[in-house]
Every structure is written in structure tokens, then in C-alpha cells.
Ligand binder design. Structure first.
Ligand SMILES: [Zn+2]
Ligand SMILES: [Zn+2]
Length: 799
């Protein structure tokens, strides 16, 4: 026994539910190692291994090199053992309820190529054309798991006991055989023992039961006839229809009510389908095909004429969101339908989360879908498709959900706080849970302005708390936005009272910056200059009447200071200015010019036609402004330094958006226009513009509109660069002056490619380090993370 070496190996990370234990088992076995593998729930995996020293070394090397793609190892600790024991077998021992701090559950994983092969193999009768096929490295995870450790009895698959007798091999045999791909897989099943689809009409009457081939035939027929089909999938339900014909898209928009222009995502059978029409970089291809299978926004090529995609999919935009099939039903459907793109949009009514329960799906989608393709596997947690776009090599997450949640972020500093909660801002919300030095954001919730979304946030937050096995008395604080009137802020106050813990409101843009700092591993003793640009966010303190959204902040983890901002503009009539950009323009002009000059431009641009109540509304705006007579704060005239409002105004001036029908619409349409333009054609001198005189830029654009030689596209392209340089210039000045090496960009405007890259280039040219998002959403979905980070430092300060 002297030549035998015995080690204890403790692995921490995302190592459950991704075929990691079978991988360990087979690796150890191939090296003739003995001992056991213990699943320690939240604490990870522990192995005791005994064997020849060189094989132990080999094992530790292969562990890093050959681990399953989906697993994520945070740490491996190896300890030599001298316990004198001799191990005769290699075993996987059952789970032990973990008490550690590590949540080790992967997100939902797209169907793998081996399973697709099995699904198409006639010899494998139990899997042939069976849409719920899965294995140890693929299939649903987050959406089916009720609690940890991750075992079948704690998933919604408990309803479907493994079959015992199927030929040539039963599910229980596959589960128990370590040489099988489904060894210890928790969410697989077959056509004998697993869930199944049924096709229903609108009256909930089954049309076809129990015959997948007939179901698919009928479903395809309905789609090809132009019907809208509700299809239940992994984390919710989708509305599916053809993407080619305007009529069908318009029907879908009409049925969705408020959805006049908001883009729909498409599912394509493979990348070749759109290769000619859209630019797809290698990075985009990799992400599209990754196990996460997100929706990736792709840029249209100019002058492509043979499009199979209706303009109604994304009216006025230059990019379209695409995803690849990620579950069995998707592949089977394309097999029947052929290689055509499909609209594949979340099946919900505007502003209400998707229903999960079949009865609720019928009632919510009654007026939207013509037929319903539903299955009988319960969905425990809702998860929308994730959405992102790529800026060169960096990922800009717009919606972080399926395929990402419940992955966590490790903070770049030690945290002794056992647990804390964050509720996010109001729009595009995620919640987040702190567990020591890890932050677990919830899936995307949406706008918390309705009871349904409020309930969704509450449910998602507490599900995450339960997964992490956090006890009530471990929660030390709760954080929220500094805006006192947000529903989420009220919710945070209730939780604070319930648990008798402090509440820390964190200013919106500071929260953006804190997330950026942590993501970029800034140390606790360092500072950054943050450019925070977005639509709306309340300022902190007494000046509640001012709305931020274009700030230069100096930030540490402890505190922040506003150094500069975009010229504040009045918003006469408050929020109406965000809906009707003409109103924002009127406000800017009244503030900048005298009445006579302003009226002249109103006349010249005929802006009253773009106000909901025409001339009357314009007169009301003017009257309210005169009434205020320069004394602010006044009634319904807040001031805003929002970058989003300036983008809206320019989008309006250039004729691409007269009324905002969804969040970000004017700015997205402006960006689409700019992609067609050439900034060099516009004789603006960027040196002439400063953050403090942004209205000069607006006036110059108005002047330029009279010059028929210059195209609107060119103005749009130039505008994005000029405004980016205005921010970069001040940030660089402050960074140099204060000897801070980092300049970061965060907030929703950071999604704009030209704006982002211009700032990045300027910062790099100045020899400073540019910080940008790659894992945390730049928009409001990233705020909950920043709130927790702000809370940690406030909590420690109070101690
Ligand atoms: Zn698989
Ligand atoms: Zn089975």
C-alpha cells in the first residue's frame, strides 16, 4: 500500500446538474482510482481518491482540461490523506444536504447534439421523435428545480417516475449505469415514462393527443396557414407564427394590443438561413450556438433585396433578434415546417408575465393564439429567453434569463455578511440575492408596475433565497432604488419591516457604476470615473425634482460624487415628454431661446402636428412655461440631464420617431438611421460642444436640416459621435485631474454601438483604462447587483 496515494479533493463551483459527477466518476475509473464521490449540495463536490501518484496527478490535470462545458469550477482544494484506509471500489454516494455557501445549479441547457441524434434514431424507439429527450449534460435545470441539492425528487420531474422495462434499455437502467450518458441525470425521461404534448383548440378541447407526429403535422399546418400558435416550452410559453408576411405580423401586433412597433424575436433552424441577409461575427455565431442559446441582435446588411423576413418584425430598426432551436420540440417543428424563420415571441399580454399553468395560459392567451401546443410538465420557475447584442468582443446583455440564471457573480473583495436582498429599480427589473461574496441575480422580471410583475419579483427573489438555503435571520439588509415612489421601494420597506433589518436606498446611477466596478474587479481602495447615461433615474437628496441620466460620477465602493452632467433640460408636463419627443424639443427650445425665436422654430418645424392635442397642447406647454417664469422647481416641470431625452429629441428631428411606443424606441430608430449614414459629411466641429451646452447641438441640427445637401442619415451618425465625445472629454479631464486611471461607461445608452465605441476609443487614446459591461446588463436589469454592492459598504459603515 506504500505506493498508493490518497487525496481529498473539494471542488466548489457550478458542478451539479451538468454531468459533472459522471464525468468525475468515469475519469477516476479510467485511471483506476478508488474511493468515493460525494455530492455536498450547496458546498460542491468532495472526492476521496486513492491510486497511483501519477494517476492522481493526471486526474487533477484532466479535471481542469476536460470538464463538461457547462460546469464552472471556482476552486479546487487538494489535501493529502494519511488515514491508512484502503478503498476497494469507486462509488458515487448519495447527496448530503449541504450547508455551504455555494449554489451549484446550472441554468437551463439547450438540447445537446447526442440527444438530437438519439431523437432521430429509429432504433431507439423510446426516444424517437420524443421532444423531452435530455441527458446529464443537457435539458432544463433552473426552471424545474424546487430546491437543492439537485436530485430528481426535488424537480418537477418527480411526476414522471422512470420506466423500468423499456427495450433495449429502461430509463432506470440508464440512470443507474455509469457508462450511460444519462447516468445520474435528473431531468430526462422517454416517451414511455415522460411528459407529453397535446394540441388544443381555443376552447381547451384536445385536438390531437399522444401522437407526436400527428401533433407536429397539424401544428405545422396551422402555422403555414398563417395561424398564431401558443407553444409551451422550457421556461414559459411562446407565440409562434410565420415571419415572412406582413399580414400575419400585423394580426399578431393587433392582438397584442399595445405592441404597435416593439420588435419580435425570431427563431431560425440554423445560421445559414440568414447568413446572406445579416452580418454574423464569429463571436455572435458562437453565442447563438452556445448551450445558453440566447436571442442575439444581428445587424441587417444594406441593400439586401430577397428578404424572407417582414419589415413588421422590427419596424424601423436595423437589427433583428434571432435565436437557434434549444429544445426537442423546436427541432421537430422545423423538420416539418422546413428551413424558414419563425416569429418566436414570449406568450404574454403586454406588461404581464407569461403564465405557466396550462389553465392560465388558456385564459391569458385566449385572444392571442389560435391553437395551443401545451405539455404536462410543470414549469416551476418562469424564464424568458435571454437577449443580448455584441459590441466587438463584449456581450451587452439586455435581458438575462434562460441559459444564464441562476449563475452568480463573485465579488472582488471579501464579504462577511451572510445574506441580503435587492429589489431593483422600477423598469426592466431583476432582483438579486447576496450570499457572502457572491451575488445571484434573479431571472428578468420586467416592469414592476403591475400586481402580476410585483408578484413575479417577490416569487423569484424568494425562490433564489430558498435555493441558497438562506434563513430569515441571516438577511442583514435590503436595498432598493432611491426613488421614493417606486413600487419596488415600497416593497423593500415592507421587507425591511418584516425582517426588522435596515433598508439602504442606492441612487440609480451610482448602482449602475457599482455593478460596473465589481464586474471589472476594481479593488476596494480604488476609484473610477463613471459615465452614467440612460433615460431616467431620480437624483438623490433634496432636489427630487431633477432627473438624472447623463452624469459623470467619481465613484468608490463607499461613496460617489457628481462631477458634471449633461445640460439639464426642462420637461414641461413631465412624463409626457418621454412619450412625445416633440414636447421634449419644445421644452428645450423654450428654455434655450426667447419666446419669439422659439415660436419661429415651432412654426418652421410644424411641431404641433406631432403633439397629441395639436396646437392646443403647444399653447398649454407655452402657457405653463410662462407661468413658471423662471422660478424652479415649478409644478409639473422637472429638469432632466437624461441622455435618453436628447437622443429622443434628435430622433424626432430626423423624422424617425414621433411617438414612443416602447422603451428605447426613439434611440434605437436613431441608431438604425445612423448605420446608413456617413458622419464625415457633416461639418460639425466636436470641439465646439460641451456637456453644458448640449442644446447648442440641438440648435445646430435644426439649422442643418435646411441644408438639402446633407442627409438625415449622416446627421444621425455624426450626432452619436459628437455626444459621445462630449462625455469622453469631460471624463478624461476629470480622470487626469484626479489621477484616476479608470473611466467606465454604464446605463442604457451604452447599448448604442457608436456611442460606446467612440467613448472607448477616446479613453484608450488618452492612455486610460476603459471599463465596460460584459456580464452584467448595462441597463436597468443590472441595477439590483449594484444596489447590493452599495448596501454592503453602507452596512459595514454602520457597524
Ligand atoms: Zn443531451
Ligand atoms: Zn422512460
Amino acid at each position: 500500500m506504500s505506493f498508493l496515494r490518497t487525496v481529498e479533493v473539494n471542488i466548489v463551483g457550478i458542478v451539479q446538474g451538468c454531468g459533472f459527477r459522471p464525468f468525475l466518476f468515469n475519469l477516476a475509473r479510467s485511471l483506476n482510482l478508488k474511493g468515493f464521490i460525494l455530492n455536498r449540495g450547496n458546498a460542491g463536490v468532495r472526492l476521496i481518491l486513492q491510486g497511483e501518484a501519477k494517476f492522481i496527478d493526471q486526474f487533477l490535470q484532466d479535471l481542469k482540461d476536460k470538464k463538461p462545458e457547462i460546469s464552472y469550477i471556482e476552486s479546487i482544494a487538494v489535501k493529502e490523506l494519511n488515514n491508512g484506509l484502503l478503498y476497494e471500489n469507486l462509488e458515487i454516494t448519495p447527496s448530503e444536504q449541504g450547508r455551504g455557501i455555494s449554489l451549484t445549479l446550472p441554468p437551463d441547457i439547450a438540447i445537446c447534439s447526442d440527444c438530437i441524434e438519439d431523437m432521430n434514431n429509429r432504433e431507439l424507439k423510446k426516444y424517437y421523435k420524443y421532444p423531452f429527450i435530455a441527458c446529464a449534460v443537457c435539458g432544463p435545470r433552473f426552471t424545474t428545480v424546487k430546491e437543492l441539492p439537485y436530485d430528481r425528487e426535488r424537480t418537477t420531474m418527480i411526476r414522471f417516475p422512470f420506466c423500468q422495462e423499456a427495450e433495449p434499455v429502461s430509463c432506470i437502467e440508464e440512470y443507474s449505469d455509469f457508462t450511460n450518458r444519462r447516468f445520474h441525470a435528473q431531468t430526462f425521461a422517454c416517451s414511455i415514462c415522460g411528459p407529453e404534448y397535446t394540441l388544443y383548440n381555443k376552447s381547451k378541447e384536445p385536438l390531437i393527443i399522444d401522437n407526436i407526429s400527428k401533433i407536429l403535422e397539424e401544428t405545422s399546418k396551422q402555422i403555414l396557414e398563417g395561424k398564431i400558435v401558443a407553444i409551451k416550452g422550457i421556461g414559459g410559453v411562446h407565440l409562434v407564427c410565420l415571419a415572412e408576411e406582413d399580414d400575419i405580423l400585423i394580426k399578431l401586433r393587433t392582438r397584442k394590443g399595445k405592441r404597435k412597433n416593439k420588435p419580435f424575436a425570431l427563431m431560425i433552424p440554423n445560421i445559414d438561413t440568414i447568413q446572406n441577409e445579416f452580418f454574423i461575427s464569429q463571436k455572435e455565431k458562437d453565442l447563438l450556438a452556445s448551450f445558453r442559446r440566447p436571442i442575439v441582435l444581428l445587424e441587417r446588411r444594406k441593400n439586401y433585396t430577397d428578404s424572407k423576413i417582414s419589415q413588421q418584425v422590427a419596424p424601423g430598426l436595423s437589427n433583428v433578434g434571432f435565436m437557434l432551436p434549444y429544445s426537442g420540440i423546436h427541432y421537430l417543428l422545423f423538420e416539418k415546417l422546413g428551413m424558414i424563420p419563425l416569429v418566436y415571441t414570449s406568450g404574454n399580454r403586454s406588461s404581464i408575465p407569461m403564465s405557466l399553468d396550462n389553465d392560465e395560459i388558456f385564459s391569458q392567451l385566449d385572444a392571442l393564439a389560435d391553437v395551443f401546443l401545451l405539455h404536462n410538465r410543470p414549469i416551476y420557475q418562469r424564464a424568458d429567453d435571454s437577449v443580448l447584442r455584441i459590441h466587438d468582443t463584449k456581450v451587452k446583455l439586455i435581458r438575462r434569463s434562460r441559459g444564464y440564471v441562476p449563475e452568480y457573480f463573485s465579488l472582488p473583495f471579501d464579504v462577511e455578511i451572510p445574506a441580503a436582498l435587492a429589489v431593483g429599480p422600477e423598469l426592466a427589473v431583476t432582483g438579486a440575492v447576496l450570499r457572502k461574496n457572491r451575488i445571484f441575480p434573479t431571472q428578468h422580471i420586467g416592469n414592476v408596475t403591475h400586481l402580476e410583475t410585483y408578484n413575479f419579483l417577490n416569487d423569484a427573489l424568494f425562490h433564489m433565497k430558498r435555493l441558497l438555503q438562506i434563513k430569515d435571520d441571516e438577511i442583514r439588509f435590503i436595498t432598493c432604488d432611491a426613488h421614493p415612489a417606486f413600487i419596488t421601494t415600497k416593497y423593500a420597506r415592507e421587507l425591511s419591516e418584516k425582517y426588522n433589518i435596515p433598508i439602504f436606498p442606492i441612487q440609480h446611477h451610482y448602482a449602475h457604476a457599482l455593478g460596473l466596478m465589481a464586474e471589472n474587479k476594481i479593488n476596494v481602495d480604488e476609484e473610477i470615473i463613471a459615465i452614467t447615461t440612460d433615460g431616467v433615474g431620480y437624483a438623490e437628496g433634496k432636489k427630487i425634482n431633477s432627473i438624472w441620466g447623463g452624469e459623470i460620477l467619481r465613484c468608490s465602493y463607499w461613496n460617489y460624487e457628481k462631477l458634471n452632467s449633461l445640460e439639464p433640460q426642462p420637461m414641461i408636463g413631465g412624463d409626457r415628454c418621454t412619450k412625445y419627443p416633440a414636447r421634449m424639443l419644445a421644452s428645450i427650445l423654450l428654455n434655450k431661446l426667447n419666446m419669439e425665436q422659439a415660436r419661429k422654430i415651432f412654426e418652421h418645424l410644424n411641431i404641433e402636428k406631432d403633439l397629441e392635442y395639436g396646437r392646443d397642447e403647444l399653447n398649454t406647454i407655452i402657457a405653463l412655461w410662462e407661468e413658471a417664469n423662471g422660478k424652479f422647481p415649478y409644478k409639473d416641470i422637472p429638469f432632466t440631464s437624461s441622455t435618453g431625452r436628447i437622443f429622443d429629441t434628435v430622433a424626432y428631428l430626423l423624422g424617425v420617431c414621433k411617438k414612443k411606443t416602447y422603451r428605447g424606441e426613439p434611440a434605437m430608430k436613431l441608431e438604425a438611421l445612423a448605420t446608413q449614414g456617413c458622419p464625415e459629411n457633416v461639418p460639425f466641429d466636436p470641439e465646439k460642444y460641451y456637456l453644458r451646452n448640449a442644446s447648442d447641438l440641438i440648435l445646430d441640427i435644426i439649422d442643418l436640416l435646411n441644408d438639402k445637401r446633407i442627409k438625415r442619415e449622416d446627421i444621425a451618425a455624426k450626432f452619436q459621435i459628437v455626444i459621445a465625445k462630449m462625455f469622453a472629454e469631460v471624463a478624461i479631464f476629470e480622470a487626469r485631474f484626479k489621477n484616476i486611471p479608470y473611466i467606465g461607461l454604464t446605463g442604457g445608452v451604452a447599448y448604442n454601438y457608436s456611442f460606446s465605441t467612440t467613448i472607448r476609443n477616446e479613453v484608450k487614446k488618452a492612455g486610460l483604462t476603459f471599463l465596460e459591461h460584459d456580464k452584467i446588463p448595462p441597463g436597468d436589469a443590472g441595477i439590483s447587483l449594484g444596489q447590493l454592492i452599495g448596501g454592503i459598504f453602507k452596512y459595514n459603515q454602520e457597524d
